[in-house]
Design a protein around this ligand. Structure first.
Ligand SMILES: *Cc1c(COP(=O)(O)O)cnc(C)c1O
Length: 372
């Protein structure tokens, strides 16, 4: 029987290269609380991502919870149903009511044209997701936010290293949150970061991620424990040395899929943007395809056929967040309000993409999809 191929496989550096970092930690006896590796990784990531300020956190979920707290968001927040469940969970953790708005059929990101109708006097912010690392229509979102005096937070969990000629996609909005989870393009086992516009905001977030302490005896907010440890930070520094190679390999795999799946009836490879901005750098974090009726088999039939052949694709994002029990009672969660998202959730399949995916294995996936 052929080997198992999963939707992703974490990228890991050579093990022996991590030993010197561990030795250093054993010598320092500093394990967390903004130690030397934590500081170095924040610095290195600011440079790599071309952003001015960034606060490392234990994971993106805590990052989102903290970002909302930092901006004192309350009431209702407009968000997408088409994402990983942590996006909306971060709102519930802050006692905020999510208001789901439908997505754009081309990008599967929040549809700016539908936001305005969902705004009420209780609306305070928009929580958008750069789904699959494909940038949102940031200009349209910010126009609405300006007109209605709303804050904008981006769940940028998928958007590590995405940029265009104007710079990183992470520079948009009041705050953006990255994930460094094992399944993401850049991983620190678990981890994440909040991109901050200025030093003052970073200081505030650094306090919130450390229980709200400002000094030994003063606590100014009900902060959380969101500090990244020295092990994770050191590992991130080592990972960063290999990330360009990983991104280049992802891009090759992406190109092969696009070449070989072009023209397969009923298989549509999602594009990073409806119009490609100048100097656009994608990170090829996922390879989503939409399976339509012309394919001759349903999305679930293709998913099962791949499974039967030891290829484990994933239906990201199905079910919609708005279909989970803690959300489905909300008025905005009705399928009638979210037809585009419901349609996409029933048709999407993410194919395996990761730096170590062997060419022969990718070909096996392609042959199965093509029905060769
Ligand atoms: C992975 C992911 C998260 C959560 O990230 P963690 O670091 O695992 O907490 C949040 N939002 C989206 C869109 C994600 O894909």
């Amino acid at each position: 029987m052929s080997n198992n191929i999963y939707v992703t496989q974490p990228a890991l550096p050579p093990l022996d290269e991590f030993t010197p970092y561990l030795k250093q930690i054993w010598e320092n006896k500093i394990l967390t609380n903004g130690g030397p590796f934590h500081q170095q990784l924040e610095q290195a990531l600011c440079e790599y991502l071309a952003v001015d300020h960034l606060a490392l956190v234990t994971n993106a979920t805590i990052g989102l919870v903290t970002a909302l707290q930092a901006l004192r968001i309350s009431g209702e927040v407009i968000t997408t149903p088409y994402s990983f469940v942590a996006t909306a969970h971060s709102l519930l953790w802050n006692g905020i009511t999510p208001v789901f708005v439908d997505i754009d059929p081309k990008t599967l990101n929040l549809d700016p044209a539908k936001i305005e109708a969902a705004i009420t006097p209780r609306t305070t912010a928009i929580l958008a997701v750069h789904c699959y690392g494909h940038p949102c229509d940031v200009k349209a979102i910010h126009d609405i936010a300006d007109r209605f005096n709303l804050r904008v937070i981006y769940d940028a969990a998928h958007a590590f290293g995405v940029s265009n000629a104007q710079g990183s996609v992470l520079r948009h909005g009041d705050l953006s949150v990255l994930s460094f989870h094992a399944t993401k393009v850049f991983n620190t086992f678990e981890g994440g970061a909040i991109i901050c516009p200025d030093a003052k905001t970073k200081t505030h977030i650094d306090r919130l991620k450390n229980f709200g302490f400002t000094d030994e005896v003063t606590v100014v907010a009900p902060g959380i424990n969101g500090k990244m440890s020295e092990i994770n930070s050191a590992f991130g520094l080592l990972q960063l040395k290999y990330v360009d190679r990983a991104l280049a390999r992802r891009s090759e795999i992406d190109r092969v899929y696009r070449d070989q799946l072009a023209g397969v009836p009923g298989i549509h490879c999602l594009e990073p943007a409806s119009s490609k901005p100048e100097g656009y750098n994608s990170n090829c974090s996922y390879f989503p395809v939409l399976v339509s009726a012309e394919y001759g088999a349903s999305r679930d039939a293709l998913y099962q056929k791949l499974r039967d052949n030891n290829v484990f694709s994933r239906r990201y994002f199905y079910p919609l967040i708005s279909d989970f029990p803690m959300y489905r009672g909300l008025p905005s969660a009705s399928r009638a309000n979210l037809p585009v998202a419901a349609h996409a959730a029933d048709r999407v399949l993410c194919l395996p993409i990761y730096p170590a995916l062997a060419a022969a294995d990718q070909q096996r996936v392609i042959d199965l999809v093509r029905g060769d």
